[in-house]
Design a protein. Structure first.
Length: 532
């Protein structure tokens, strides 16, 4: 196994990382799969997909994420949401991690975060696991080979799952650690094999850096009309709301499925690939995503499979409900080659309301859009955890609180300014429950959701008759082609309308209680939207 291309003046030794065993630079997919198999890191699946399990951690560890509190960032980090680490603790962590790494093999990928070259950052990813190198090669953007000759990273990320942090010595919470040091341009990850920490670390970096340039970083998917990048739509949403599914529209061009920026010249994807949930993945409803699970190099995380046929079991969540596949964007046939679009013409905020209160779609004013953006509402459903007997609200501000290093209103104000400047239409779409709460009602029909989205995106829904929602004050269409009218009035879908009223009052109060934290930082019109 030989290394790929690398700037000869930018090896790890030139960064002060010395004493390692073999270091492999910029291996391409076949070599990475070969290396991962040779190291016993996983199994070769159908079509050449690479099947792995991630051990103890099958999801992110947000409580173990720390930001070094230096003078340069002390006044700009949202410390209530980001755990502090002292510079001394980070320095000790770095030295101990380098000592642990000596003599071991490592894999280096020199990659780019951001499809807009003006605003992109160069990232060097150093991984202990070969399959992590394969994963991040999919998820970030791959420079042309000749560009590697001059590549110098803006930030370096070192991921060493076998390293265990010492909370007392390293000023962290546990043996698992994700530590960001903006001054040293370093991110250190230890004690977890979950690959999603790699990509979300880059997202967090961009979420901090881009607002200073007037660019809105967004936890959203995006697409545009075929042959018309100006007709761009973005889809904000937390996990399980349909962000990936609904943006993968065969009649539109996919820009990306998770992380984007909104700059003065339009929208751009941060990534070069997709990281899709595979639980209950349906080949009829999501044929393109399903097809990637049998393509060469796709990383399949935490899925069970038949040991003889290697058929994946999309229903078995015994390892985790957070089973995923990671693949390059070009595996989706209608993906944009440039991963760029125009200014969003439509902004969709997705929520999975397990309370059965919200309508399937509502039109938002700019003030209401900021309110729902800062709220970031979705819900856990009863039965997912022991002791949970009714839906539990989840308010994750900006639809991605764990990745937001700055205060929420920084992103909220940026979004509001851009909506005002470019005249985007804003919609709240509920992909959750209708006819009752979880356990009584049923999931919102995907055909109805798609029909409403199509009408919103082609502009026809804006011409519909609307009613004022008595609970949240936004406008709800009275009728829409291909959608039963009763579905548009959630109260009518309940057998017991008085029970709906009780549930609606409860949800409105939850919103109100959560939003109190933002009242000192927002304008009067957004406060008015919060009161409605």
């Amino acid at each position: 196994m030989t290394s790929g291309r690398v700037n000869p003046q930018f090896r790890l030794e030139d960064q002060g990382i010395e004493g390692l065993g073999n270091v492999y630079y910029n291996l391409m997919e076949p070599a990475l799969v070969e290396a991962a198999l040779g190291r016993g890191e996983g199994t070769l699946g159908k079509g050449g997909a690479f099947l792995v399990t991630t051990g103890k951690f099958t999801g992110r560890s947000p409580k173990d994420k720390h930001v070094v509190k230096s003078d340069s960032v002390a006044d700009t980090i949202w410390w209530e949401n980001n755990a502090e680490m002292t510079p001394e603790g980070f320095d000790a962590l770095y030295l101990d991690m380098l000592e642990h790494m000596k003599g071991r093999e490592y894999f280096v990928q020199d990659l780019v975060g951001g499809a807009d070259p003006v605003h992109a950052i160069n990232v060097r990813m150093v991984t202990e696991l070969a399959w992590h190198s394969l994963f991040i090669r999919h998820l970030l953007r791959r420079p042309d080979l000749e560009d590697l000759d001059d590549f110098v990273s803006d930030f370096t990320i070192i991921n060493c799952p076998s390293f265990q942090a010492d909370p007392a010595k390293h000023n962290c919470r546990s043996e698992t650690v994700i530590a960001l040091n903006f001054d040293r341009k370093l991110i250190l990850i230890g004690g977890t094999e979950y690959a999603g920490e790699n990509k979300k670390s880059v997202f967090t970096l961009l979420n901090y850096l881009l607002p200073e340039k007037g660019i809105m970083p967004m936890h959203c998917s995006a697409n545009h009309a075929k042959g018309n990048p100006v007709d761009t739509a973005v889809f904000f949403g937390l996990s399980g709301t349909g962000k990936t599914t609904l943006s993968a529209d065969p009649d539109r061009v996919l820009i990306g499925d998770d992380e984007h920026g909104w700059a003065s010249n339009g929208t751009f994807n941060f990534e070069g690939g997709c990281y899709a949930k595979t639980i209950n993945l349906n080949p009829e409803a999501e044929p393109e995503i399903y097809a990637t699970t049998e393509k060469f190099g796709t990383v399949i995380e935490n899925m069970t499979f038949d040991p003889q046929t290697f058929d994946l079991n999309f229903e078995d969540d015994s390892l985790t409900a957070n089973m995923r596949c990671a693949y390059p964007l070009h595996y989706i046939s209608n993906a944009s080659a440039s991963a760029r679009g125009g200014h969003p013409k439509n902004i969709i905020m997705l929520t999975c309301d397990a309370f059965g209160v919200l309508p399937p779609i509502a039109r938002l004013t700019p003030a209401q859009a900021m309110y729902h953006f800062l709220s970031g509402f979705t819900s856990k459903v009863a039965g997912t955890e022991r002791g949970v007997t009714e839906p539990e609200p989840t308010f994750s501000t900006c639809f991605g609180a764990p990745f937001m290093p700055r205060r929420p209103e920084v992103y909220g104000n940026l979004l509001r300014e851009k909506i005002a400047q470019h005249g985007a239409s804003c919609w709240l779409v509920n992909t959750g429950w209708t006819g009752g709460a979880y356990g009584t009602g049923s999931r919102m029909p995907i055909k109805a959701t798609r029909a409403l989205l199509t009408a919103a995106l082609d502009g026809s829904l804006a011409n519909a008759d609307f009613r004022k929602d008595p609970n949240f004050g936004f406008d709800v269409p009275v009728a829409a082609p291909g959608v039963a009218e009763v579905l548009l009035d959630p109260r009518r879908t309940w057998d017991d309308t008085s029970a709906y009223d009780v549930q609606a009052e409860k949800l409105v109060q939850m919103f109100s209680d959560n939003f109190e934290q933002y009242l000192p930082y927002i304008d009067d019109d957004v406060k008015a939207a919060a009161i409605c």
